[in-house]
Design a protein around this ligand. Structure first.
Ligand code: ZN
Length: 158
């Protein structure tokens, strides 16, 4: 496999965190998004969750119409605590994040609702690596690597 660039790594990580975020939301609800049946862990593989209606007749956790829904929620301990920290933030009041870049060759104001997308855009345009969580770590001013300017991240709330 070819070595990934730093930006590719950031994007791959943002993608994975997004996937885990969606899976955690389903795990938290505890019901199959396809048919509404309770979800169960399949302990034959770590992090494997299945709808109670998965399986052939007689082998389902709950008897009923067949359903195929199964997914994985298998974060590392670090990823898991990062996701839990996100959940504690007052997400409902944050509408978006506004990024202002004040660098001689890069002066933009751009608004993001997706943190991973914001992180990738900032890194690509300015070389600044923004942490994605906690909020306190990415809000505020960030100096560029060679000190020629700064990136300012503000929360847009209502
Ligand atoms: Zn189902």
């Amino acid at each position: 496999m070819p070595r990934m660039t730093k930006q590719q790594k950031i994007e791959a990580r943002a993608k994975r965190m997004n996937m885990l975020r969606k899976a955690l939301a389903i795990v938290t609800k505890g019901v199959c998004p396809a048919c509404g049946t309770k979800l169960y862990r399949n302990n034959s593989m770590s992090g494997w969750w299945q709808c109670g209606h998965v399986g052939a007749e007689g082998f389902q956790r709950e008897a009923g119409p067949h359903c195929h829904f199964s997914f994985f929620y298998d974060p590392t301990p670090e990823e898991h605590s990062e996701l839990l920290a996100e959940k504690r933030e007052p997400e409902a009041t944050v509408q978006a994040y506004r990024v202002t870049t004040k660098i001689p060759y890069h002066n933009y104001v751009k608004t993001f609702t997706d943190l991973g997308e914001m992180q990738a855009w900032v890194y690509h345009g300015t070389g600044v690596t923004l942490p994605t969580t906690p909020e306190a770590a990415f809000l505020g001013k960030h100096k560029t690597p060679r000190n020629e300017g700064e990136v300012i991240v503000e929360a847009v709330r209502q």
